[in-house]
Design a protein around this ligand. Structure first.
Ligand code: DAH
Length: 346
């Protein structure tokens, strides 16, 4: 019997984990074979009981050695299997790795970030606010007359429109953030407000019911139209290149007085005239003006002490002009052939 035991011990010592194909399963099979209820160890113990007493000491020692050897081996192999989770025998480690497609930022996010960075360099911080807005912040505080067409169902998605109650709508412009900021902050105020806006428009190459705007607002003592103009020139050159020229045309917005629209020299033909600028050499970029004193007062700011300028631009239009995108719908279709063209513009 002692010889049988010594043979088992030898077998245990000469078995290596490297010989196993399915490691975890084969270690378990080994454990069951030696240490299981009907395993080698228990069988030998049964035989051991029947041995004459004079052999018991010797064989008993060998049996203990066998048990010890089996336990240690199983322990050692289990640790090994746990620490090497990849079963190298089952995987061809020389195979090339799976290709993981890498995402990138959407061209509209990149454009908004760029606008934010340009304004950050001259001290503007970013403010964000709600997309579902009440009549006061969208229209009334911004000096919109009661019969203004923007208050009409045709232009605005209303969330609540009940007789005698304040109307609630998806914001039609980011100018509402001006009001929220002026109500809660004392001048000097120097913020931009990027965000999503919603209008009840039929979707086409040139219009969408969801789009993005960036608003800027500067309120302090002695802010003048000259400050506005210089800020606009700086922005246009940073955004569209150092040779960019600007021009201001008189316009009307309820919340600014005087109001203007800014054009930049066409960055595609350099001002000579092409089909993008419709032969004029100029591209319309944004609306702007001096904050109307009524707006300052509605927000609790003394219009005799403070003045300010505001401006607002469409992000889709900025990106269209910068990257020559012809159709607004492309932004929202998530066609990878379109999105991948902007992988490297971060
Ligand atoms: N809110 C205007 C719009 O959606 C854009 C605008 C024009 C914003 C003039 C301004 C501004 O701050 O001064 O068309």
């Amino acid at each position: 019997m002692k010889n049988i035991i010594l043979k088992y011990i030898e077998e245990i010592h000469s078995t290596h984990i490297e010989d196993f194909k399915d490691r975890a399963a084969e270690v378990e099979a080994f454990r069951i074979r030696f240490l299981g209820r009907k395993g080698v160890m228990n069988e030998l113990f049964e035989q051991f009981k029947a041995l004459p007493n004079d052999q018991k000491k010797d064989v008993g020692q060998a049996l203990n050695m066998l048990k010890q050897a089996a336990i240690e081996k199983v322990e050692e192999w289990k640790n090994f299997v746990e620490q090497s989770p990849v079963d190298v025998d089952k995987h061809d480690l020389t195979m090339p790795a799976d290709f993981l497609a890498q995402g990138s930022r959407h061209v509209l996010s990149v454009t908004m970030n760029e606008i934010a960075e340009i304004f950050a360099r001259i001290g503007f911080t970013v403010e964000e606010s709600v997309e579902i807005e009440d009549d006061w912040h969208l229209f009334s505080a911004l000096n919109f007359p009661h019969d203004h067409p923007a208050r009409d169902m045709q232009d605005t998605f209303f969330v609540e429109k009940e007789e005698g109650k304040q109307e609630v709508a998806l914001r039609t412009h980011t100018s509402s953030v001006q009001v929220r900021v002026m109500e809660t902050h004392k001048p000097p105020i120097r913020i931009i407000a990027p965000g999503r806006v919603f209008r009840n428009e039929a979707i086409s190459a040139r219009a969408h019911c969801i789009f993005h705007q960036v608003e800027a607002l500067y309120v302090d003592k002695k802010v003048t139209f000259a400050d506005l103009k210089q800020t606009l020139l700086y922005f246009a050159k940073e955004m569209f290149g150092p040779d960019t020229k600007i021009r201001l045309r008189p316009s009307y917005f309820p919340f600014t007085e005087p109001s203007a629209e800014m054009d930049i020299s066409c960055n595609i033909c350099g001002g000579k005239g092409c089909n993008i600028c419709k032969g004029t050499g100029w591209l319309e970029i944004l609306g702007c003006g001096m904050v109307d004193p009524n707006v300052l007062e509605a927000c609790g700011i003394d219009s005799h002490e403070y003045t300010g300028f505001a401006l607002g631009m469409g992000v889709e239009r900025m990106a269209m002009l910068k990257y020559q995108i012809r159709d607004l719908r492309l932004y929202f279709e998530n066609d990878l052939r379109f999105l991948h063209q902007f992988d490297n513009i971060i």
